[in-house]
Design a protein. Structure first.
Length: 73
């Protein structure tokens, strides 16, 4: 099981599970990142924060801490 933080640029992965709870999980879900959705990693900043992704046609920036809560395959 990998997290979104571990995925290299240019790869598309499918979300399998969201860890975390409360407001953080709700914020991730409000971005449209839910179980079963495809996430394309567009760009990762040199230090790994932020991670820019495309989800459902929208371009988003995720914090490294948030990306660690998104399990992918």
């Amino acid at each position: 099981m990998k997290t979104l933080k571990e995925i290299a640029c240019g790869q598309t992965v499918k979300v399998t599970k969201l860890t975390g709870e409360g407001a953080v999980k709700r914020r991730i879900m409000d971005m449209g990142i839910t179980k079963g959705v495809d996430v394309f990693v567009r760009k990762v900043a040199p230090l790994g924060d932020p991670i820019e992704v495309t989800v459902r046609g929208y371009e988003l920036s995720l914090r490294k801490a948030d990306a660690e809560m998104i399990l992918v395959e």
